[in-house]
Design a binder for this molecule. Structure first.
Ligand SMILES: C[S@@+](CC[C@H](N)C(=O)[O-])C[C@H]1O[C@@H](n2cnc3c(N)ncnc32)[C@H](O)[C@@H]1O
Length: 367
């Protein structure tokens, strides 16, 4: 398998093939025609990372590796999948690295993070300890490029100014704000993410009651969905994401969300009346009137305990980046829940990956 080719002329056919595969896989579970949300065909990725390839004589280049040939670098002049500000920054950063021994020495990888709001961050990853000389050179670089610069090496992270960006965009006429912390999960395709948020809101419009959300990350969906519910209990395992989510509650002026750092199996255990969790000491589950469960798990999907938890909800809104685990989880719920709506979101054009959304509703007696 070689690296993907980014030719917008190929895009509609590639997307149609992926959608057809998804529709075929989910037809036995009752999906006929999912709603399809396409990506921009170029410049859609807000995150990109590259190896830095050293040729000697001070020459470094961006490199990627094909999955079937992980030893041969493919040197890149540009990367048209990346957001336009990343594309504009790439040659300027490479030239700056070529021109500066301190910044270039033992640099191993470069990671870019951009936002729709126009902020940019670059993480420079090294195979050596970073010292004051590096920090001084990196400060000059950050000033010159007008971006946040982070230095990382083994057990070391140097933050010159801040290690987060502020994303801002509108969904359904409301301005949403998100702190995005370096190294934490953020949705890669900003345009498609906005479409996912709009679709998710439409599925629960007018439902009311309370929402339980698992795998909430920095609150990407939480901030968009919260005004549609009375109370939201949102959970996530990553410390930095929970920190960002707390920041985002304030930044969005939302006061009906309770955030708890819990893994999915811990929250499933708490719902099942298992052990007492100190992190839940301010949360009385009996006070909630949950109408809806929202989940957006990693590729591994829902574990058995979480599927069991899900079974207790009338409405399950499931966003998935892996149709294989999605299908397994939905099949496991098929005796109690039907698929009421389906959508695919092409977060990853020119790859076989596809993000999907399903609304599952509990089958009524005799239904
Ligand atoms: C696909 S991301 C979705 C995040 C968020 N919904 C968003 O849209 O940005 C999955 C999230 O699940 C979290 N996660 C992974 N394993 C988990 C677990 N066992 N329990 C709870 N959260 C977990 C990750 O830290 C990550 O933030």
């Amino acid at each position: 398998m070689s690296l993907p080719r980014f030719d917008p002329a190929d895009y509609p056919v590639q997307l149609a093939e992926k959608v057809a595969r998804f529709a075929g896989d989910f037809a036995p579970l009752g999906v006929s025609a999912p709603e399809v949300f396409a990506s921009e065909p170029l410049h859609y990725r807000l995150r990109a990372e590259f190896r830095m390839w050293h040729h000697g004589d001070g020459l470094v280049d961006y490199a990627m590796f094909a999955a079937d040939d992980p030893k041969t670098p493919v040197l890149l002049e540009d990367f048209p999948a990346a957001a336009a500000p990343i594309c504009a920054l790439m040659p300027r950063l490479r030239d700056a690295l070529r021109a500066d021994d301190v910044l270039r020495r033992k640099i191993f990888q470069v990671e870019f993070l951009a936002t729709l709001s126009g902020e940019l961050m670059v993480s420079l990853v090294y195979h050596r300890a970073l010292d004051e000389a590096w920090a001084a050179a990196a400060r000059v670089l950050a000033e010159r490029l007008g971006v946040q610069v982070i230095g990382r090496s083994r057990k070391q992270k140097i933050v010159l100014d801040r290690d987060w960006l502020l994303e801002e965009f509108d969904v359904d006429g409301r301005r949403l704000r998100y702190q995005q912390i370096e190294g934490s999960f953020t949705q890669p395709n900003g345009g498609v993410n906005r479409q996912m948020l709009g679709w998710a809101r439409r599925q629960v419009m007018g439902v009311g009651g309370d929402l339980l959300e698992l795998y909430c990350g920095n609150g990407n969906f939480t901030m968009a969905l919260a005004p549609l519910f009375e109370h939201v209990l949102a959970t996530e395992v990553s410390k930095s994401s929970v920190r960002a989510a707390h920041y985002n509650l304030e930044a969005n002026g939302i006061d009906n969300i309770t955030m708890v750092r819990m893994s999915s199996d811990e929250i499933s255990d708490a719902f099942a009346g298992g052990r007492e969790y100190r992190r839940m000491k301010d949360v009385d589950l009996a006070n909630y009137r949950f109408s809806t469960l929202f989940v957006d798990p990693p590729r591994s999907g829902l574990d058995d305990a979480t599927v069991k938890l899900a079974r207790g909800f009338d409405r399950i809104l499931y966003i998935s980046c892996n149709p294989v685990t999605l299908r397994d989880n939905v099949a496991a719920l098929a005796d109690t829940h039907d698929i009421a709506a389906a959508a695919v979101f092409d977060q990853f054009p020119y790859t076989h990956h596809l993000e999907a959304g399903l609304l599952l509703t509990r089958r009524t007696a005799g239904g």
